[in-house]
Design a protein around this ligand. Structure first.
Ligand code: AMP
Length: 604
């Protein structure tokens, strides 16, 4: 009996190994078009096992938290899956976030270890990531917390490693490599390639319960403090595998490409877990849509014969500005399904995506979902759902949406109100890391018995759902959520600022941008130097994505008698719209006039 089991095990192991030897997992495309590699499932497995052994050797066990701060390179996928193999929770911090944001996230979940990279290029821009990681770890130390070690992938300096030593067979960077100064902290820093070289190729996975946590991913919270969204092994994986299969109508011969960074939920679900759980072949892209030129995306589509493509409205709007030729210059004949995510897509961008990119033959899947939902919630199914430009159409299987009014009553038929979900689905987040009360208060308190998305929504006479945008104090800049509170607190940390209020303002590419009103402390004057300092402060505290487009001097802010800032009024002032609606609750109406007069002093 024992013998037969052993033979069977051996047989399946061999078969699996043979299959995975040839099965392509990623076409990796670096920042430069020549930096390409192919990675098979077998190669990934070996790298993941090695990395798991490395982490285990550094003391990582089931339940530990590991922070990952890396660009879109194969080692990022290896690191996250190695954590999953050990039952450790990865907490990936987008490489565009500042040292301060990284520190805050490491501290919040007391990560034992950090994995990062020497440096990388984003288009023409060089990012010295190790410097930011060092700064974050210094800040952690100042607050009395020390990670066990920091593992550093040599990415920009890959050329020095020579071929063969290069992890994941990534070729050396072709671009002239500047002499990036990497500071090295003895006793803390360890080179990834040195550890990986010594590690064994096999590592038994740690068995986990379906409800064990898989990872933490931070998302902006309306109080300003990011929330560590926790997803689980069973529910999340099942949900992303299923939504990937049906929403992209996945078939084995497909080449899938999601352009999102793994630092966001879209990358977690549809670059890593969803495609991998389906055995898909995907593109892993490190670069940006406009480098070396604005036709980069379409040249990649042709290069790898991409069949299913998934991006954000902000990227579509950005590329639309350059006209049709950079798109039509490439064949795009392989494309079948085009997806969008991150924010409401305006019909103009939808039509361009459909008519120009998809040459009117591709289905558009406008997928509405959130970090918290794990996977798609409202979405068309390609070829099956009649499309309406700008509508995320209908719920995915098992999803039960409702639209509520302010009193929490469910509205029937044509209606507009709060978008909620009436029953849980496998991929729903399970808690906010370390703060279950906050989880309950944020999502379930306003309307007991419902999951509250924080989005407004309209249902038309045909039952189609149309997301109308956030109805809480959140902003959606280029598809990324930011809370007004976190930007405001970064502003008031400047010595010149007494008070600040931030609102969203329409932007042709980003969808929404930040418009900040600042009240100065006595003795300070409003000037371009001050606004530059404020922008720098925000970049340092949060990251470049939060850089404001407008900063306006506000000697006073419109407030209710109870002292609440009236953002609705500020949004109108930012747009120079004098139709303010009811202003009877403004404590000091003269402030409004003053702010309209000061608009001309706004600095972009
Ligand atoms: P995040 O958790 O950062 O992925 O952001 C989720 C938020 O992005 C949602 O609550 C919506 O406000 C917005 N969003 C995402 N996808 C869509 C979509 N297809 N249509 C409209 N809004 C979307």
């Amino acid at each position: 009996m024992q013998m037969t089991r052993k033979i069977k095990q051996h047989f399946f192991k061999k078969l699996y190994s043979l299959m995975t030897d040839f099965f392509l997992m990623y076409f990796r495309e670096g920042n430069e078009p020549e930096e390409t590699t192919q990675i098979t499932y077998r190669e990934l497995l070996v790298q993941v096992c090695r990395c798991s052994n490395v982490l285990q050797k550094q003391g990582i066990q089931k339940g530990d938290r590991v922070a990952i701060y890396m660009p879109m390179i194969p080692e990022l996928v290896v690191a996250m899956l190695a954590c999953a193999r050990l039952g450790a929770l990865h907490s990936i911090v987008f490489a565009g976030f500042s040292a301060e944001s990284l520190c805050e996230r490491i501290l919040d979940s007391s990560c034992s270890l950090l994995i990062t990279t020497d440096a990388f290029y984003r288009g023409e821009k060089l990012v010295n990531l190790k410097e930011l990681a060092d700064e974050a770890l210094d800040k952690c130390r100042e607050k009395g917390f020390q990670v066990r070690c920091c593992i550093v992938v040599k990415h920009l300096g890959r050329a020095e490693l020579g071929t063969g030593d290069s992890p994941s067979q990534s070729p050396p960077i072709k671009r002239p490599c500047p002499d990036v100064q990497i500071s090295w902290n003895q006793g803390v820093d360890l080179w990834w390639h040195e550890l990986m070289q010594e590690a064994e190729d096999e590592c038994e996975p740690e068995w986990c319960d379906a409800e064990d946590p898989l990872f933490i991913l931070y998302t902006s919270g309306s109080t300003g403090k990011p929330k560590g969204v926790v997803h689980t092994v069973g529910g999340y994986m099942l949900y992303v595998a299923t939504t990937f299969k049906y929403v992209f109508d996945f078939h084995a011969e497909d080449v899938f490409w999601c352009t999102a960074d793994i630092g966001w939920i879209t990358g977690h679900s549809y670059v890593t877990y969803g495609p991998l759980a389906n055995g898909a072949t995907s593109v892993l892209f490190e670069g940006i849509p406009t480098y070396p030129d604005v036709s980069r995306l379409w040249s990649i589509v042709d290069k790898y014969k991409v069949t299913k493509f998934y991006t954000a409205p902000t990227a579509i709007r950005l590329l639309m500005k350059f006209g049709d030729e950079p798109v039509t210059r490439h064949s795009r004949a392989s494309l079948q399904v085009l997806g969008t995510v991150g924010e409401p897509i305006n019909p103009e961008a939808w039509l361009w995506y459909h008519q120009v990119v998809g040459a009117q033959r591709c289905s558009i899947v406008d997928t509405f979902w959130q970090t918290e939902t794990g996977g798609h919630m409202l979405t068309p199914l390609p070829g099956a759902t009649p499309m309406k430009p700008g509508s995320a159409t209908f719920p995915f299987f098992g999803v039960a949406p409702a639209i509520l009014n302010e009193s929490g009553e469910e509205l029937e038929g044509e209606a507009e109100g709060y978008l909620v979900f009436k029953q849980p689905w496998p991929g729903i987040m399970r808690t906010v890391y370390g703060n279950h009360e906050r989880f309950e208060a944020t999502y379930f308190k306003k309307f007991p018995g419902y999951y509250v998305t924080g989005d407004g929504c309209r249902r038309d006479q045909d039952g189609y759902y149309w997301i109308t945008g956030r109805i809480d104090d959140m902003l959606n800049v280029s598809g990324h959520l930011l809370s007004t509170a976190e930007v405001e607190s970064a502003l008031v940390e400047h010595e010149a600022i007494a008070e600040a209020a931030v609102v969203g303002h329409p932007h042709p590419v980003k969808g929404e941008c930040l418009y900040c009103f600042v009240t100065l402390c006595d003795g300070y004057t409003f000037s371009p130097t001050l606004t530059e300092e404020l922008k720098k402060q925000i970049r340092e505290k949060i990251g470049p994505i939060a850089t404001p487009d407008y900063i306006q001097n506000a000697p006073g802010l419109p407030k209710t008698r109870s002292g609440k800032i009236m953002r609705r009024v500020l949004r109108k002032i930012a747009q120079n719209d004098h139709d303010l609606g009811d202003t009877s609750t403004v404590a000091d109406p003269t402030v409004i006039c003053q702010l309209f007069n000061h608009r001309c002093l706004t600095i972009q």
